[in-house]
Design a protein around this ligand. Structure first.
Ligand SMILES: [Zn+2]
Ligand SMILES: [Zn+2]
Length: 352
């Protein structure tokens, strides 16, 4: 078996979450593998949670990053889908069992044995490390074609933030042209949900606690209207007007006011993953036959479909491009949601 090679990335060593240069082994490119030189990597809120061990299962040292766009530098002998020089994406998933019912439905993201781009243990016993690094080695089945007309920097966040909002919109049928979608929260996820909603032909209302978001939502992102959720009279006027709500808020928040905005048979889907349980008021749900659901990223097939959809509809993230040595300051800003709307690390032009 070929020897592993040394990769260079930035890792956190402890729950301070401070990132600094780190050398670690990557497995040698196997027969089914694609080696990817990392060009850009988006900075996801999950990266921050993991760095600081806020979910309680971080294995230090940890190199985060799962919104990766790069170029193929080596392929194994079984790889036919990719060749050296191709632009590719690597997202949240780098492997799964491939044999269970769930994998057979192209829903690898829900496989009980899913392996994530970082903070997972690969079947060969090695720990996965993410895209805040110079190189990734990934099985071809978990590598995505990155469309030529998508910019690799602004397109990187599609690989997690994009699929996180696209997949529930498709699964829950929140795509019927002319229907009214409410998007709660205007961050990395919310701003992409507005763009997907418009591409699906929906009427999109941005729902936020911050009046400052109104101009951004309407003038910059193309939302049709804005609803200030802290204004009781505006909330009352909007009751029963929405077909779907995509809730991207990760803080604990009441669902009752949002359920009130839905029409009969309306659907409320949360992708913000609050870390404590939310209260589920059954009266409005039962009396309006409403649905409350959740969703987590998407499978490989659907992620490819989403990238191709974005290429067709010119959907990319609004980003702030940084270098790797800006990352600790960027994380501090991200913790305060002070970013419009995604940091992306220019890994290829950073000295690691
Ligand atoms: Zn993510
Ligand atoms: Zn599986």
């Amino acid at each position: 078996m070929a020897k592993s090679s040394e990769a260079v990335g930035w890792a956190a060593r402890d729950p301070s979450g401070i990132l600094s240069p780190f050398k670690f082994p990557r497995r040698a490119n196997g027969e089914d593998d694609v080696t990817v030189k990392v060009l850009y990597c988006g900075v996801c809120h999950s990266d921050l949670h993991t760095l600081k061990n806020e979910w309680g299962f971080t294995m230090y040292p940890i190199v985060p990053g799962h919104e990766i766009v790069g170029v193929v530098t080596e392929t194994g002998k079984n790889v036919e889908k990719f060749k050296v020089g191709d632009r590719v994406g690597v997202g949240v998933i780098v492997d799964s069992c491939r044999t269970c019912d769930i994998c057979h439905q192209d829903l690898e993201n829900y496989c009980p044995k899913v392996i994530f781009a970082y903070n997972s243990i690969h079947p060969d016993g090695t720990k996965t490390q993410g895209g805040y690094s110079d190189v990734m080695v990934v099985d071809q089945a978990y590598v995505l074609r990155f469309p030529d007309n998508l910019p690799p920097d602004a397109g990187a966040p599609l690989l997690c933030a994009g699929i996180t909002v696209y997949s529930p919109m498709k699964y829950y049928g929140m795509t019927e042209p002319g229907k009214h979608l409410g998007v709660v929260g205007l961050g990395g996820l919310g701003h992409l949900a507005v763009k997907f909603g418009k591409a699906f032909g929906l009427k999109v209302t941005l729902i936020s606690t911050s009046p400052k978001k109104e101009a951004e939502a309407i003038n910059k992102l193309g939302a049709d209207s804005f609803l200030l959720s802290t204004d009781p009279s505006k909330m009352k006027d909007a009751m029963g007007t929405m077909d779907y709500i995509l809730d991207t808020v990760s803080a604990v928040h009441p669902l009752a006011p949002l359920l009130g905005l839905l029409k009969l048979n309306g659907k409320l889907v949360n992708v913000g993953l609050p870390d404590k349980p939310l209260e589920l008021p059954m009266f409005p749900i039962c009396l309006g036959r409403k649905l409350v659901g959740g969703s987590n990223i998407g499978g490989m097939k659907e992620t490819q479909e989403m990238l191709d959809f974005c290429a067709e509809h010119n959907i990319v993230s609004d980003i702030e491009l940084i270098h790797m040595d800006d990352i600790n300051g960027a994380m501090e800003r991200l913790a305060k949601s002070d970013v419009k709307y995604r940091f992306v690390i220019d890994v290829g032009n950073s000295s690691l």
